[in-house]
Design a protein around this ligand. Sequence first.
Ligand code: MF3
Ligand code: CO
Ligand code: CO
Length: 310
Amino acid sequence: MELSSKVIGSIGRFWRTNVMRFGVYEKVWPVETTPSRIVPEHIERPDYVAKTQKLIIPKKPEIKDVNQLRGMRRSCKLAANILAQVENLVKPGVTTDDIDELVHNLSIEAGAYPSPLHYKGFPKSVCTSVNNVAVHGIPDLRPLENGDIINVDITVFFKGFHGDCSKTFLVGDVDDKGLQLVGVTEESLEIAIKACGPDVPFYEIGAHISRHAKRNRLTVLPAFIGHGIGQYFHGPPEIYHFYDRYTPHRYPGLMQPGMTFTIEPVLSHGGELTLVLEDGWTAITEDGSRAAQAEHTILVTENGAEILTK
Ligand code: MF3
Ligand code: CO
Ligand code: CO
């Protein structure tokens, strides 16, 4: 999920060439894609697609009951399962649209709706963000190249509940800077999850993540935040991955057992600024540096937190 960002058109050829400052990689820009995929009638749609129902999003962080937790476990397990299968497909020559096709078909085969499809106008069934694309990349016909890093962000709506997770994959031989970026991003998510538990302030998540980024000379991209999740895709609480910057300076409140939310830090080598392209979705780093993201949906328990998208 993201905070507001400046929308831009094209940036010119020079900017797209490979540079050494942030490592060795190709800067990507969206190319042509295929039409949105179709979901069979018998698959239940989330409220934002059906549009007949009105959106139900709680006003404050929700504490799930036993039934809701059963629903969350099911949808999160499915999302994690599909992400694991995508990992086997990721290699040079495969397009991000091929990934979209796989995620779409696996969701439907399981009886689930791919949550991104037609969410606030998003045209595809999964987000695929390559190299300098920070988040919300729209799958297209660009083949993956040796040396790319690609985040695949999967959300499914299954039996009334959303499950959301993402991972940044390595395509072939990635340079050392890229490996470090992806590794530290994953570690920062792990550290944040370990810090969660009853009566822990939500802002502790951002404190841990930004500390880990800083000591590894990486930057947390502040525009992208985690979110409560359940029968709704995005709801309270907002999960900041940075600490004491911008507004609100510190998200108020304490974690309680039964809450489910995502943690999804995005880290880069460069500055904090990101831009959204004219497609309304693709978020790129302003300086062209690569960004990596990792995401889990977690459940706060009596003695810590459980990863539901494992
Ligand atoms: N899965 C993303 C998240 O982690 C949201 C994607 S919204 C979409 O919050 F429309 F781009 F799919
Ligand atoms: Co996600
Ligand atoms: Co999310």
